[in-house]
Design a binder for this molecule. Structure first.
Ligand code: ADP
Ligand code: MG
Length: 457
């Protein structure tokens, strides 16, 4: 039998390497295994709020971490304690229970719940895109001589709210016009579906037709991240045809991209001119005022009290990307919760120190573990495992010390990174290496070598 606890531990470790410590502690750390059946894993979140956040924002990361740690699941279901009996009770066969929950919780609304117009803070940088999105949501498919909103093409840099606006349109239409068939799809997923339909063609002649039909039957088609169409010849062709099918029927098409159509290289001119044929709305980086409003809105929703100086510190410091701004805010709040105090300006500065620390430019725990693994010729998995051979233990303590010294993370987080160890174990390893550096030349040499490999001081 597979040891599900161990599997989930691997997956969580993999996730921890790809997110901030605060994010990990807040959402991922508390997940526990429930069961798995075939290609699907069911895990339990500590609260309803955590469950929703995981489902909305971490499902893809979770599945990526599954494949990265060699556990192949196609689907993850996040549940809370109270639904556990559905999956563990023998009288309720697991597949049915799982279908039921998906049916109940996912089908009615494919859009992220919190991505609504109400939750979107409007400022100069995004006012035009916001109003355009709102108009389209109110009148999808309207296209007359005076107002051509088909397609609506929203573009702007990473983390500035494009996906948020697309989901807001979806949420709005689903609420006010529920009979419409609204489809949201990131271009990369569309591409995967398209190629899968082609590869299945030899055994299932309808696969491609079904794919085409699914998208051509939309009343509103929302296509995110169309810059990924670059160089994808066959896919561009299909999109061109789907686009025309929809357009001719007066259906609404909405596109988003990190750049305007003219800057997407290697797309066919006929597709580019379709993209440019409606309304183009760009979003640029928000002003200080807007950034402050965004933070205020978020802390109000989360019912967290932050002094103005902390709010301004964050808004001034993170000035290009709203996703990062949210990340920094979460980090400050988490850091203060771990320390058990209300965030002060000093605390906020400390919480974000690792971003500033010139020592750790571009280095993260993954790079440290990989450098140590290569240096000692020990697999990365062993370094974070519970194995106790002398060589492995030594390499592990060195990796722990380097993570502490270079990244300056809270000990609890370092424990998480190294296979869920207690923070006292981390202190022990750290102190052992510190004293070895002072007493034996060999350890000192190893640490210096590794730091130079990692390009830090
Ligand atoms: P993009 O798709 O442009 O890369 P996202 O839509 O994913 O960016 O936005 C990143 C994060 O920032 C999301 O969590 C989103 O809710 C938030 N965000 C972006 N713009 C705003 C805004 N104007 N008001 C509130 N939250 C915003
Ligand atoms: Mg996006």
């Amino acid at each position: 039998m597979k040891d599900l606890e161990k599997i989930l531990e691997d997956i969580k470790l993999e996730m921890s390497l790809n997110m901030s410590a605060a994010e990990y502690m807040l959402w991922v750390d508390g997940i526990t295994p429930v069961t798995d059946n075939g290609n699907q894993i069911i895990v339990c979140a500590p609260s309803e709020n955590a469950r929703n956040t995981l489902e909305d924002n971490y499902a893809f990361k979770f599945l990526d971490a599954c494949s990265a740690s060699n556990h192949h699941y196609d689907n993850v279901i996040f549940i809370t304690e109270e639904d556990k009996h559905l999956f563990t009770d023998d009288s309720a066969p697991v597949p049915n229970a799982a279908d039921m929950i998906i049916e109940e919780k996912k089908k009615p609304n494919p859009f992220v719940e919190r991505y609504t117009f109400e939750n979107f803070v409007v400022g100069d940088s995004n006012k035009f895109a916001f109003n355009s999105a709102m108009t389209v949501a109110e009148n999808p498919g309207v296209n007359d001589r005076f107002l051509n909103l088909n397609p609506l093409y929203i573009y702007g840099g990473v983390g500035l709210g494009k996906t948020h606006l697309l989901h807001s349109i979806g949420n709005y239409i689903l609420k006010n016009n529920p009979s419409l068939n609204v489809i949201y799809v990131p271009t990369e997923r569309l591409s995967n579906e398209y190629f899968a339909s082609l590869s299945k063609y030899s055994t299932d002649k309808d696969s491609y037709r079904n794919f085409r039909e699914k998208y051509s039957s939309a009343d509103v088609l929302i296509l995110d991240d169309v810059q990924f169409l670059q160089k994808k010849g066959g896919l561009q062709d299909v999109i061109f045809h789907i686009f025309n099918d929809l357009y001719n029927k007066g259906k609404q098409i909405i596109l988003a991209s990190d750049r305007p159509p003219k800057d997407i290289n290697d797309i066919e001119d006929r597709l580019r001119s379709r993209f440019e044929g409606g309304l183009m709305a760009d979003i640029w980086t928000p002003s200080l005022d807007t950034r402050v409003s965004i933070i205020l809105k978020k802390i109000e929703k989360a019912q967290i009290d932050l002094d103005d100086d902390v709010v301004y510190f964050l808004a001034e410091k993170i000035n290009t990307n709203i996703r990062e701004l949210e990340g920094a805010l979460t980090k400050v709040i988490m850091f203060c919760q771990l320390q058990g105090s209300k965030p002060t300006l000093e605390m906020a500065k400390m919480a974000l120190k690792e971003n500033d620390d010139p020592k750790n430019d571009g280095v993260d725990s993954k790079k440290i573990i990989s450098a140590v693994s290569e240096y000692f010729n020990i697999p990365e998995a062993d370094i974070v495992s519970k194995k106790k051979n002398k060589e492995i233990v030594e390499a592990r303590m060195i990796a722990i010390y380097l993570t502490y010294d270079i990244l300056n993370l809270p000990l609890i987080n370092i424990g998480q990174i190294f296979g869920g160890r207690d923070h006292t174990t981390i202190i022990y390893s750290r102190d052992k290496i510190i004293s070895a550096i002072n007493t034996d030349g060999k350890t000192d040499r190893i640490i210096k070598d590794l730091k130079s490999i990692l390009n830090v001081d």
